[in-house]
Design a protein around this ligand. Structure first.
Ligand code: HEM
Length: 550
């Protein structure tokens, strides 16, 4: 049926209904009532046609149709029905040559420019760093959880923390602390949990992602607070501080999807996810302030010999000799580091083990490399019998293929799949995109790993070899491989994260084969960190290491 015929048919049916309804009013009354109704209908059809043409034009010029009131939201919702928002963003970015402008519904926070173009990344992360801060929108949204800590801070507040933390991260004491805390956690806690699962055979299914999240949570708490919450222990207990931290992070994430005025009103009323946030923040603060109080007592009593971040910042003094930081600021510093370091390495390891399960040739090469290192150690042995094989820092450094395999996993599954900045003055990206002051910019790390223009035609393949030249690991530009961010805000924990991931992965792979349970569904969860939505269910079997005393 043509549009005109359809219109006529509708008009007839309206006429009929209206005529029936007003039969008692007589024929003259019916005609008088119908006239405005037909005009309304014509107006409606005309507006619809105009909107459809306008939307199609927009689609041609901007990649997606833009509808009145709801903007591009319908396309996003349709994209989400495909099940994977990151793949949808990747497709749109590819069709738009690497950058597009998303127009969200009126009165929402969803308008933004999305880019996966390395030239734009270099511009915003380095060349014009000052024009692209985290910005007030991000800071206000995360402030209840993160306070004035490094993650949401800009300008001087950020600079001072970055400088102090950077000095600490590069100190010999800090490196020694991170290495010893990792040995303790992997050998006394992780490997026994895995051994128990292995001895249960096919019935010993564990969620490897959950186990790894526990490992890195305990580890980063040791580094930040010098306190071990004990999440990774036999029986995998629920720890109130870890639960509170997790709930607070999730409730904060929900704010990004809720119009600001709405979550503020919910906070004032103490309802919904804001209520969860208030309750879980109380749990986080209770733990944090208790550790801070005890640490201050230690430092004042001259027993502050530790080298965790809290001790270092507690000892700092201002020019007047008084403590440089308030208890609230110490709390913010620690909570920010826990957030930064807690899940990023564990989710990266979970994707890495899943990729190994699908790429046995890569696993073989990693195991060959590790066994080579073990063999070299044996050849140089003094005759002392080792109770247990614990990798030394210089051995971990020599694991170049493993380094490449982890980088390749992060290229395809970056722990932070998208990140955010706000423009504080009018700017133009190198690709010509005009950015008005106040525009939000999303840079899409997940999509970048899947751009043929960046990584070549085999960009979707898992190939650690692309990182190697003559068997040595070669790093890539931080604006092409953006998993750790780049420029002045490059991840502070990058070296530590690689060390932690390599140490844990090598210790597991030397002893066990990890088998993903057949049919286990694997998909990313839509969150600030790229968790596996259903975890990673695996079983373990012993690896036959001829002659290694483990
Ligand atoms: C595979 C592991 C990791 C990945 C992929 C990763 C990635 C990132 C990314 C993308 C950022 C930028 C975030 C932003 O500005 O919005 C970042 C910042 C940061 N990361 Fe990491 N990270 C990892 C591990 C760690 C660890 C283990 C720590 C600490 C123990 C850490 C500490 C930090 C800190 C302090 C910042 C803030 C830097 C600043 O704003 O100046 N990261 N990281």
């Amino acid at each position: 049926m043509s549009a005109a015929a359809a219109m006529d048919a509708t008009a007839v049916s309206h006429n009929t209904t209206a005529a029936l309804g007003s039969a008692a009013a007589g024929a003259g009354g019916v005609l008088a009532g119908l006239l405005p109704e037909v005009q309304t209908l014509e107006l409606f059809v005309a507006v619809s046609i105009f909107v459809a043409i306008h939307s199609l034009r927009q689609r041609r010029s901007q990649g997606l149709p833009t509808w009145p009131l709801v903007g591009m939201l319908p396309s996003l919702i349709l994209g989400l029905r495909g099940g994977d928002m990151y793949e949808w963003i990747t497709d749109v970015l590819k069709s738009r040559g690497g950058t597009f402008t998303f127009r969200g519904p009126w009165l929402t926070n969803l308008h933004c420019v999305v880019t996966a173009d390395p030239r734009n990344l270099e511009h915003l992360l380095k060349a014009r760093f000052g024009s692209f801060p985290k910005g007030p929108y991000f800071r206000d949204t995360v402030h209840d959880l993160l306070g004035d800590g490094i993650f949401g801070a800009d300008d001087e507040v950020w600079r001072a923390q970055r400088k102090a933390a950077s000095l600490e991260f590069h100190s010999a004491e800090f490196r020694a602390l991170t290495a010893s805390s990792l040995v303790e956690l992997v050998h006394r806690r992780l490997l026994p949990v895995l051994a128990e699962s292995e001895s249960a055979g096919a019935g010993g299914v564990i969620d490897l992602q959950d186990v790894l999240l526990r490992l890195t949570f305990d580890n980063v708490c040791m580094i930040a607070f010098g306190a071990d919450p004990g999440c990774l222990s036999q029986g995998l207990p629920e720890i109130p501080f870890a639960r509170a931290f997790e709930d607070a992070t999730e409730a904060t994430t929900v704010r990004f999807l809720t119009p600001t005025a709405v979550w503020r009103a919910m906070r004032a009323l103490g309802v919904g996810h804001e209520r969860v946030l208030q309750r879980s923040l109380a749990g986080v603060d209770e733990f944090a302030y208790d550790v801070i109080r005890r640490r201050k007592e230690e430092v004042e009593a001259g027993r502050g010999g530790r080298s965790d971040l809290l001790t270092v910042f507690t000892k700092m003094r201002g020019e007047d000799g008084r403590p440089a930081y308030s208890d609230k600021f110490l709390r913010d510093i620690c909570v920010n580091f826990i957030l930064a370091g807690r899940d990023t390495s564990s989710v990266a390891l979970a994707w890495f083990f899943w990729l190994l399960d699908r790429n046995p040739r890569v696993e073989e090469r990693i195991v060959e490399e590790i066994e080579g290192i073990v063999a070299a150690r044996k050849a140089a042995a003094t005759g002392e019998v080792e109770e247990e094989l614990v990798f030394q820092p210089e051995e971990v450094k020599r694991m170049e293929y493993l380094h490449a395999a982890l980088s390749e996993a992060l290229r395809l599954y970056p722990s932070v799949p998208v990140d955010h900045k706000e423009v504080v003055e009018d700017e133009v990206f190198p690709d010509g995109t005009v950015l008005k002051k106040g525009t939000k910019v999303i840079y899409a790390m997940y999509a970048m790993g899947r751009m043929e223009s960046i990584w070549g035609e085999d960009c979707r393949e898992y190939k650690p070899e692309r990182w190697l030249r003559d068997g040595r690991f070669m790093s890539e530009s931080a604006y092409k491989f953006t998993a750790f961010n780049g420029g002045p805000r490059l991840c502070l924990g990058k070296d530590f994260a690689y060390y932690q991931m390599k140490f844990a992965a090598a210790s597991i792979l030397l002893r066990y084969r990890v088998h993903v349970v057949p049919g286990h569904p694997v998909a990313p969860k839509i969150a600030l960190t790229m968790y596996m939505k259903h975890g990673l269910k695996v079983t373990l079997s012993k690896r036959d290491n001829k002659g290694s005393k483990l």
